[in-house]
Design a protein around this ligand. Structure first.
Ligand code: NDP
Length: 248
C-alpha cells in the first residue's frame, strides 16, 4: 500500500540496511519520500533493501555514526546529491550487554558512541539544512531507556540520554521550526532481539499486554507520522511503540 504523506521530502535514515531501519526506509519510500540510508558493514544487505524500494532517487552509503570523520564524509555525500534535506532518522544502534559488575569500560563507550554520540553527530552535521527546511528529526530510543534492564546499563543510559538530548535540541531549534522527537520501541523482531534465548523471550512476552512481538513496520508508522506535516505541532515528545509493555 502506498501513500503520499512524505511526497517531496528527502530523508536520511541511519542503519537502514536491516531490521527496524530497513522497515523505516521501505515505508518512507512507499509514502513518497526520497530516502538516503546508511549501513556500517553489510553493504549487501543495503543493496538488497535498495532493490525493493518504490519510487526513485533513493541511495545508500557507508557511514560509521560513531566516527565524526565518517559522519562528516557521509553527510557531505548526501548534501552533494541533495541540496535540501527535510528529515533525519537516527536509528543506527548497537548493544553490548553484560552485568554492570562485569561490563568493560570499552563496551560502555562503544554503545554510548554509536547510540548517543552518533545521534548527536549526524543531527549536528545536518542541522543547517534542517533549519533551512523546517526539518524533522526522529531518534529511535528504546523502552529500556525508560525502564532500565539488567545487563544493559550502557544501552539504557544511551537511550535515556538520547531522550534528554532530543528535548534540549528540540528547545534550541523550535524557533527555526525544526522538530525533534523520539520513538521508543519495545520488543521488535530483528537480529538484535534474535540474540535473546527462548526463556528470555518468554519472560518478555508475559509482560506485553497486547500479547505479540512487534514488527519493524509498527515502529516505521510512528516515524512516518513524526516526519510528516501531520505532526507539525509535536516536538520534544517520545512515542512508545511497545504493545503496552511500559506506559508513562
Ligand atoms: P539491528 O541490529 O537489526 O540493525 C542495526 C543497524 O544499525 C544496521 O543497519 C547496522 O548496519 C547499523 N549500525 C550499527 N552500528 C552502526 C554504526 N556504528 N554506524 C552506522 N550504522 C550502524 O538493530 P534493530 O533494527 O533491532 O534496531 C534499530 C534501532 O532500534 C536501534 O537504535 C535499537 O537500539 C532500537 N531498538 C530496537 C529494538 C528491538 O526490539 N529490535 C527495541 C528498542 C529499540 P550494518 O547492517 O551495516 O551492520
Amino acid at each position: 500500500m502506498t501513500g503520499s504523506t512524505l511526497k517531496g521530502k528527502r530523508i536520511l535514515v541511519t542503519g537502514g540496511s536491516r531490521g527496524i531501519g530497513a522497515a523505516i526506509v521501505r515505508l518512507l519510500a512507499d509514502e513518497g519520500a526520497q530516502v538516503a540510508f546508511t549501513y556500517s558493514s553489510r553493504e549487501e544487505s543495503a543493496a538488497e533493501v535498495a532493490k525493493g524500494l518504490s519510487g526513485e532517487g533513493h541511495f545508500y552509503l557507508k557511514m560509521d555514526v560513531a566516527s565524526e570523520e565518517s559522519v562528516k564524509e557521509g553527510v557531505d555525500q548526501v548534501l552533494a546529491k541533495w541540496p535540501e534535506v527535510h528529515g533525519v532518522v537516527n536509528n543506527a544502534g548497537i548493544t553490548k550487554d553484560n552485568l554492570f559488575i562485569r561490563m568493560k569500560a570499552d563496551d560502555f563507550d562503544a554503545v554510548m558512541d554509536t547510540n548517543l554520540k552518533g545521534t548527536f553527530l549526524v543531527t549536528k552535521a545536518l542541522s543547517r539544512s534542517l533549519m533551512k527546511n523546517k526539518g524533522s528529526v526522529v531518534n529511535i530510543t528504546s523502552v529500556i531507556g525508560q525502564t532500565g534492564n539488567p545487563g544493559q546499563a550502557n544501552y539504557a543510559a544511551s537511550k535515556a540520554g538520547t531522550v534528554a538530548m532530543s528535548k534540549s535540541i528540540a528547545l534550541e531549534l523550535a524557533s527555526r521550526e525544526v522538530r525533534v522527537n523520539c520513538v521508543a520501541p519495545g520488543f521488535i523482531a530483528t537480529e538484535m532481539t534474535s540474540a535473546l534465548n527462548e526463556e528470555q523471550k518468554k519472560k518478555i512476552m508475559e509482560k506485553v499486554p497486547l500479547g505479540f512481538i512487534g514488527e519493524g513496520r509498527d515502529v516505521a508508522q510512528a516515524v512516518r507520522f513524526l516526519l510528516s506535516d501531520e505532526s507539525r505541532y509535536i516536538t520534544g515528545h517520545t512515542i512508545s511503540v511497545n504493545g503496552g509493555l511500559f506506559m508513562e
